[in-house]
Every structure is written in structure tokens, then in C-alpha cells.
Design a protein around this ligand. Structure first.
Ligand code: ATP
Ligand code: MG
Length: 445
């Protein structure tokens, strides 16, 4: 992409309505525009990153054996009356009436609809285990939408639902989700810590929330400092292995880590004092096992190997896809702007021509551009006729992790400058070497 042809409406001023860094930076970098309270248009740059995050989530779900599909945003109220949640959900649910006077709603979540799909087709335990998921917009009429996409009213969520014959099988599904979530967040350059959570209105026994530590997080968290040393890394995992998945759960939940809702002073007292940390966190996902709550209410039963009908064991598992943009920025920025981790960056590398119009500089930039494209990388080339300072400021603001700077002086010596956004360090090297270096970095992502 050439910046002269892109749509990147960056703002010079800091928007007054934004209270936290990620909201400010998303507005300034031209990623989102508020349409109404808690509802946003995703401008090209924001949309590109949203898609990257979505892709990572999809890839890791499919790797875990979960099956993608798509359910609508608008739902009939009938299913919710059946489960008893139509009245229970309260004013967060956006209720709509269509021209035939039918009660509809904009889905805040999909347990009812997926359970209805399941019971319509599945009759036998032989079709289990089954985990279906989708990535779809949700609506919750939050009383205080704020912090931009962090607490929106319309937001993008991945929600997955497992159907299993027994509690043991459903807990294996729970563990698969835990593993796939750890992998997903790490690919986005985030550490998200599973913390024991409160089951709230969905109800159920087992649930963990995944929290990214950040001062601006809405949850207060208590954890044993040792937990932040745990990394999933690039270890191989067999998602069919009950032992392996259970092992990961045990490892990642072996230290104290809870939100204020489940914090327990008596257990906390057992954590060595020098390892106790009280901080704030952003919830970027949650996994639930809730047993037969919906399958009983909605008669989702299968015939077991003994010939008897039994309600299936279920769980639901969510990732806040749009909230993740805010969380990643909260964890990766400085006073100049965003610093995207390589796994989610909208463009792999920025090319800054400090003397647009200079024949040699223009040609060198074109060559670099073509070399990156040939390698399957996406460069953003600032070919505008602007001051170098302004170009650097834009690149720093939008946060591409790598920048190649091209100018007549360097070209005389056969070099360009390669700069890391994160460290600010630069090195001079021949253009081909800069390309090879960038390619090698992304080969490992
Ligand atoms: N209003 C929102 N705006 C953006 N993302 C959200 C919002 N509400 C929930 N999410 C994201 O969707 C994920 C799964 O939804 P879940 O039902 O667990 O949310 P929740 O526990 O009600 O969230 P919260 O406690 O933050 O209100 C959450 O972990 C969060 O990342
Ligand atoms: Mg939650």
C-alpha cells in the first residue's frame, strides 16, 4: 500500500473524550470512528488489525478441532423464553419488535441459538464430541460504554460451544479451549493469565477469565508473581490427549490468580508475601463449563451407549476480538504511539522516503516495495510529498514494528536505515540485506 492512495485519517490533536491510551491512539491513528455511544466504524487501518486478530483466533480454534460457522446477529425472543433468560437478562439486552409484532433481540451471546441448532440435528452420542464456534457481532446495552472498543455496546466476539456426553468429556473441551486461548494470545504478543472467575448469570461450576495486566484494566486482580513466568511457547500439543490438555491447565492454574470477585484472603495468605501482587487487568476471554443447564431447559438430549436419553454437557467459551485491539495497545505503546507486535501488525514494514521527488530515492523505494511484495510481505510506503519529520511521526503513531528509511545521502553509500519501533535502534545496511532481515523476522512469526 502507498500512503498517498490509502485512507488513513490521522488526527493531530488528542481527542478530549478519550480517557485511556488505547482509545486515544486508536482515534489518533485513524483506526476507528465513533458512530454512536459504544458503536464504532472500523476505518481501514483498524479493520485490518481486527481481521488479523480474527484470523489468529480462527486458526487456533481450527487447530484445536473446533468447527467454524456463523449465526445471525438478530435472534427470535422465543428461544430465550424457553431457556428462561429473556426476562432474566435485563436492560443490557437490546429488544426489537419487527413489523409482524414478533419479539426479536440483537444477540448478546448465543447459548440458546446453538443449543437449538444442536437439538435439531444431533440424536446420538456417536456424533459427539462436538464444538461449534463463530465470530460475530454482539450487542450489550452497557450502562457505561467507555474506553473505546474496550467496553463497547456493539463488539466482535468469538464464542464457542462444546457438546459432550459426559462431564469428563466436557472438561476436556474446557481444557482444549484453555490451551487454544493461551496459544492465541501469545501469537498476538500478549500475556493473558487464566484467573479463577465467578460464573455470574450464565451459571456453572468451572470458569476462568483470561486477563492482560494493565493499569487501565477494569478488574482488580491478585496473583502470585510466579505465574507471569509461565509461557506456552512453541510446544507441540495433541488436542486429543486428555492428559496433555489437563497438564497445561494444571500448570497454568497452579499459582494463585484471581479477580476481586473470587479473591479469598484465607488462600491468599498462603502465597509467600514477596510474591503477592495486586494489580489491574483487562478481561480478554472467558471459558465456562456449565453442565446441563441449557440442554435440560431446552431438551437437547442424545441417546447414550446404554440406549438411554440424556442431556448433553455443555460449556461456552468467549474471546473479546474487538476488545483485544485495545488490550494489545494498552500493553504496547509509548508516548509517540502504538507499537504493534509482529503477529498482528497491519503492515509488516513501513518505507519512508525522506526525499520524495528525488529520482534515486524514489527508485530505491520502488525497488524495496517490490521486493517486500514478492516475498509475500505487506509494506506501507510513505510516498507523500511531506517533511521527513511528519512522516516519522505518522509511522511512530501507527506503530509498524519496522521502518526502512531511504534518502539520497544513504543511497550514495549504498545503504538504507532499518529502525525498530520498539527499541528505537537503527542500523544502516544495503537494501537487499534490510529486506532479508525483515523477511527472516516474519518467517518466525
Ligand atoms: N462490552 C464489551 N465490549 C467489548 N468486549 C466485550 C464486552 N463485553 C464482553 N466483551 C468481551 O467478550 C468476552 C466474552 O464475553 P463474556 O460474556 O465473558 O463477557 P463479560 O464477562 O460480561 O465481560 P465484562 O465482565 O468485561 O463485562 C469477554 O471476555 C470480553 O473480552
Ligand atoms: Mg466474562
Amino acid at each position: 500500500m502507498r500512503l498517498s492512495r490509502y485512507f488513513l485519517p490521522v488526527l493531530k490533536e488528542t481527542p478530549a473524550e478519550a480517557q485511556i491510551a488505547s482509545h486515544r491512539l486508536m482515534l489518533r491513528a485513524g483506526m476507528i470512528k465513533q458512530a454512536s455511544a459504544g458503536i464504532y466504524s472500523w476505518l481501514p487501518l483498524g479493520y485490518k488489525i481486527l481481521k488479523k486478530i480474527e484470523t489468529i483466533v480462527h486458526e487456533e480454534q481450527v487447530r484445536a478441532g473446533h468447527i467454524p460457522m456463523l449465526m445471525p446477529t438478530l435472534q427470535s425472543a422465543d428461544l430465550w423464553k424457553e431457556s428462561g433468560r429473556y426476562d432474566a437478562y435485563g436492560p443490557e439486552m437490546l429488544r426489537i419488535r419487527d413489523r409482524q409484532d414478533r419479539d426479536m433481540l440483537y444477540g448478546p451471546t448465543n447459548e440458546e441459538m446453538i443449543t437449538d441448532i444442536f437439538r435439531s440435528y444431533v440424536r446420538s452420542y456417536k456424533d459427539l464430541p462436538l464444538t461449534l464456534y463463530h465470530i460475530q457481532w454482539k450487542f450489550r446495552d452497557e450502562i457505561r460504554p467507555r474506553f473505546g472498543v474496550m467496553r463497547g455496546r456493539e463488539f466482535l466476539m468469538k464464542d464457542g460451544y462444546n457438546f459432550d456426553l459426559t462431564k469428563e468429556d466436557a472438561l476436556h473441551a474446557y481444557n482444549r479451549h484453555l490451551v487454544s486461548y493461551l496459544r492465541s494470545y501469545e501469537r498476538m504478543g500478549l500475556q493473558a493469565i487464566p484467573m479463577r472467575a465467578d460464573s455470574g448469570p450464565i451459571g456453572g461450576d468451572d470458569t476462568h477469565e483470561f486477563l492482560v495486566l494493565a493499569e487501565t484494566g477494569e478488574s482488580e486482580v491478585f496473583y502470585d508473581a510466579e505465574i507471569t513466568d509461565l509461557k506456552f511457547g512453541d510446544r507441540e500439543i495433541d488436542y486429543d490427549s486428555v492428559e496433555q490438555c489437563q497438564g497445561v491447565l494444571e500448570e497454568f492454574t497452579s499459582r494463585y490468580a484471581r479477580t476481586d470477585e473470587t479473591h479469598d484472603e484465607a488462600v491468599w495468605a498462603d502465597v509467600p508475601e514477596d510474591r503477592r501482587r495486586v494489580a489491574r487487568g483487562i478481561e480478554v476471554g472467558q471459558i465456562f463449563y456449565f453442565g446441563t443447564k441449557y440442554s435440560e431447559a431446552m431438551n437437547a438430549v442424545v441417546q447414550g451407549p446404554d440406549g438411554k436419553q440424556a442431556p448433553v454437557h455443555m460449556g461456552s467459551h468467549g474471546i473479546g476480538v474487538s476488545r483485544l485491539l485495545g488490550a494489545i495497545i494498552e500493553a504496547n505503546h509509548d508516548d509517540k504511539g502504538i507499537i504493534w507486535p509482529e503477529g498482528v501488525t497491519p503492515f509488516h514494514v513501513g518505507i519512508v522516503n525522506i526525499k520524495s521527488g528525488d529520482a534515486e530515492a524514489d527508485a530505491a523505494c520502488e525497488d524495496l516495495y517490490k521486493s517486500f511484495v514478492k516475498l509475500g510481505l505487506e509494506p506501507l510506503y510513505d510516498d507523500r510529498n511531506e517533511r521527513a519529520g511528519g512522516k516519522f511521526a505518522t509511522m511512530d503513531l501507527i506503530g509498524l514494528p519496522w521502518r526502512v528509511t531511504v534518502g539520497p545521502r544513504g543511497l550514495k553509500n549504498g545503504v538504507v536505515e532499518l529502525t525498530s519501533r520498539r527499541t528505537g535502534e537503527s542500523e544502516e545496511l544495503p537494501p537487499e540485506e534490510a529486506v532479508a532481515k525483515i523477511a527472516a523476522i516474519y518467517a518466525g512469526v
